[in-house]
Ligand binder design. Structure first.
Ligand SMILES: Cc1cc2nc3c(=O)[nH]c(=O)nc-3n(C[C@H](O)[C@H](O)[C@H](O)COP(=O)(O)OP(=O)(O)OC[C@H]3O[C@@H](n4cnc5c(N)ncnc54)[C@H](O)[C@@H]3O)c2cc1C
Length: 352
């Protein structure tokens, strides 16, 4: 286990904001995970598990505790009746996993190409793109349970996946350290209908091959044409979530001509469309620019503090709310210590 002290969170996150973390521990083997939590216990410090930092925002005051990062590597393949089971250690870079599976002709995650981050974070918000989500192929995850201090396996049904959601970022937030993820993949290819932008790319380039490698190339080309590269432009990808509507809300939006994508329970309204039609694309607030190619994406051109980002975010949310009556929800996680337990209330009439 590598122990680092006073590391700027801005250097560990792709939005490049945030003050110093007191300790950053990098674990290279599962056996080191209990030691990392033991280290935090010894000094009574809070912990936060970080991956590549592509969906996490640091705060100016830093983190007065222990950040733990998985550096565990390995992709282990076993054959199944109709394909393969792939166990991936949480420190693998996600896109390397997609490169591996597509090179072998396995379908299931090719649409998730070029999403920045580590494999361990992929189930946390159920990463998704171009019609695929990791929940479609994930079988189980091996985790360290910090509540019981044991290693356990959670199955897909334990994780209660939803849109950008699982128990790992809702009811059981910060409880589990993901050690590895297990995917079930098959040889084959995506079936039509494909996501509109993929279909357009294939037809514009006269490509008829739908193999995983071909779809991966298409997704990479599309993403490179509109999304910032975290190595050269600071961002956390989509900063706002899309909006899910019930049937009545869907009909109301459709009657106003808003672009709603029908789902089995209602519809999905593209928050990027709201931002664009509010005239915010390309605009800069407090050093934070709304991408003119993908309006959900905020790019940090010159902001140096969390408060700049918060002010920009709140301006955008306020403008969209004033025009459309929808309150946008932030997607990235904030790197903060857990809230202090509530102080017991003194009994009535008690004196100090
Ligand atoms: C340019 C860009 C494009 C993006 N495009 C997409 C997209 O198309 N679709 C999409 O879904 N997302 C997208 N994202 C968001 C991001 O890439 C994903 O959320 C990714 O999974 C984050 O991985 P990470 O390792 O950086 O996670 P981090 O930001 O480091 O962590 C995210 C959350 O996961 C938790 N976590 C991390 N590792 C572990 C672990 N081992 N065990 C337990 N919890 C852990 C953290 O505590 C935190 O709550 C994009 C981001 C950028 C910058």
């Amino acid at each position: 286990m590598r122990v680092n002290e006073n590391i700027l969170i801005s250097s560990l996150t792709t939005m490049r904001l945030g003050g110093p973390a007191r300790y950053v521990l990098e674990v290279e083997r599962p056996e080191e995970i209990p030691d990392a939590y033991g280290f935090a216990d010894t000094y009574h410090l809070p912990t936060f598990v970080l991956g590549y930092g592509a969906n996490t925002i640091g705060h100016d005051e830093g983190f007065p505790g222990v950040i733990i990062i998985s550096r565990m590597k390995g992709i282990f393949e076993t054959p199944t009746a109709d394909g393969v089971r792939l166990k991936v250690m949480s420190g693998e870079y996600w896109d390397d996993v997609v490169a591996y599976t597509t090179s072998k002709g396995y379908t299931g995650i090719e649409g998730l190409s070029l999403i920045p981050g580590l494999a361990g974070a992929a189930p946390v918000q159920n990463i998704g793109a171009y019609g695929q989500e990791i929940s479609n192929t994930l079988e189980s995850i091996d985790v360290y349970d910090t509540a019981n201090r044991t290693f356990v396996t959670l199955t897909k049904s334990d994780l209660h996946f939803g849109y950008r959601q699982s128990i790992l970022n809702t009811t059981e937030k910060n409880r589990y350290f993901v050690v590895s993820i297990t995917l079930a993949l098959k040889p084959g290819q995506m079936s039509r209908p494909l996501y509109r932008s993929i279909e357009k790319y294939l037809s514009d380039n006269s490509i008829t091959d739908l193999s995983p490698a071909s779809i991966r190339n298409a997704v990479i080309a599309i993403r490179r044409s509109k999304l910032p590269d975290p190595l050269t432009e600071a961002s956390a990808g989509s900063f706002f979530k899309n909006i899910f509507l019930d049937e009545a809300g869907t009909e109301a939006c459709e009657s106003k001509g808003y672009p709603v994508h029908r789902t089995p329970s209602g519809g999905k309204l593209n928050s990027g469309w709201l931002i664009e039609h509010a005239g915010l694309s390309g605009k800069t607030f407090h050093g934070i620019r709304v991408s003119d190619k993908a309006s959900l994406v905020l790019i940090n051109d010159s902001a140096t503090s969390y408060s700049d980002l918060a002010a920009a975010r709140d301006t955008i949310i306020g403008k969209v709310y004033d025009l459309y009556g929808f309150w946008l929800e932030q997607e990235p996680v904030e790197l903060l210590p857990p809230p202090r337990p509530a102080q017991p209330t003194p009994p009535t009439g008690a004196t100090k």
